[in-house]
Design a protein around this ligand. Structure first.
Ligand code: AHM
Ligand code: MG
Length: 335
């Protein structure tokens, strides 16, 4: 076989190939996903060198070369913003690292708005644990200036969502609302190649992911659900295992591939969750649903929630459909 036929489908080729599924596509969406891939490569390059150049230091300190150290999450944020600004496809962005929305100058502006968490799980950087960038893409609402309202929409209005995971390899996973596809970065060619197509979350639960030390703060019902799941393990056979990395992208990615439920319940008295709706829960909920799974805040579908704040937090239960429904039922019973 010739070399040309021997390599896989690249991210750009895949996006272009699927463009026909979106009749009103003008090529901007393909360009946007490709540029997100570029931002991912640039951030991956920094993540891979973090230990060497002391990027995990605190902003304002100096490294061994006497240069000022920027925290890696700040670098990821600035990289993502700059690449998307220059893409010509985006009208404004919302980032976990920025209090307000980031407008794009009119001459560079495009059809989409993007909410993102530039480096989720960044408290894990110093321990060499996998981290990631999460993004949610919407068509802009407002033909004139972009305002908060363009972002304060239910997640069901997303046109695409995804994440880039900086793990044992760098992978980009995204959905355009039709399928969930996974690409792996080949470090030698610098290309993302399609490695899993039309990913579906396994229906049978194999893994539970949650921070069990938060038990004193859980609402009633979580303990009951966990007891019911753990009871499936007998002396003869273990069917359920616990895996919690503490880095949402990594926990979600493993669960998507292997069949797992991730839980981050809200605080029982304040009702406040930890994870952010716009750029953590919504994009992962969209991916989960397209992969055949579900995501809920315990009472409602995540994608139906109407945010009132850019940095709003929520409880999150995400994974196989039947398990999300089971958690909701236990929470409703409150036992
Ligand atoms: P971050 O956006 O500040 O990194 O926080 C989000 C992270 C998630 O990646 C992870 O699931 C969660 O915080 C872990 O929280 P905890 O340490 O409370 O278990
Ligand atoms: Mg985060």
């Amino acid at each position: 076989m010739s070399l040309a036929a021997d390599f896989g489908i690249t991210l750009t080729q895949h996006v272009l190939r699927n463009q026909h599924q979106h009749p009103d596509a003008r090529g901007h969406f393909s360009q946007l996903i490709t540029q997100i891939g570029v931002a991912g490569k640039l951030i991956a390059a920094q993540v891979r060198r973090a230990g060497i150049i002391e990027l995990w230091g605190t902003t304002g300190t100096t490294n061994v070369q006497g240069e000022t150290v920027q925290k890696l999450d700040r670098i990821a944020n600035d990289t993502f913003i700059e690449v998307l600004k220059r893409s010509g496809c985006v009208a404004a962005m919302a980032s976990e690292e920025e209090t307000k929305i980031i407008p794009v100058p009119k001459e560079m502006s495009g059809d989409y708005v993007v909410a993102f968490d530039p480096l989720d799980g960044s408290s894990n950087i110093d321990a060499n644990v996998s981290i990631g960038t999460i993004f949610a893409i919407y068509k802009r609402n407002n033909p004139r200036d972009v305002v908060d309202r363009d972002f304060l929409r239910p997640g069901s209005e997303q046109v695409a969502a995804g994440y880039i995971i900086y793990g044992s390899s760098t992978a980009l996973v995204y959905t355009d609302g039709v399928s969930v596809d996974c690409f792996t970065l080949d470090p030698s060619s610098g290309e993302f190649f399609l490695t899993r197509e039309d990913v579906k979350i396994p229906e049978r639960l194999k893994v539970l992911s949650l921070n069990e030390c938060n038990e004193p703060y859980w609402p009633a019902g979580i303990q009951g659900y966990l007891r019911s799941v753990k009871a499936q393990n007998t002396e003869e056979k273990r069917v359920i295992s616990s895996r919690h990395i503490g880095s949402l992208v990594s926990d979600f990615h493993r669960n998507l591939v292997k069949g797992g439920l991730f839980l981050y319940p809200p605080h029982k008295t304040t009702g406040r969750g930890k994870l952010r709706l716009l750029y953590e829960c919504n994009p992962l909920a969209f991916i989960a649903e397209i992969a055949g799974g579900a995501a809920s805040n315990g009472k409602q579908r995540i994608l139906d929630l109407l945010p009132t704040d850019l940095h709003e937090r929520t409880g999150l239960y995400i994974g196989p459909k039947a398990e999300v429904a089971a958690v909701e039922a236990w929470l409703a019973k409150g036992e």
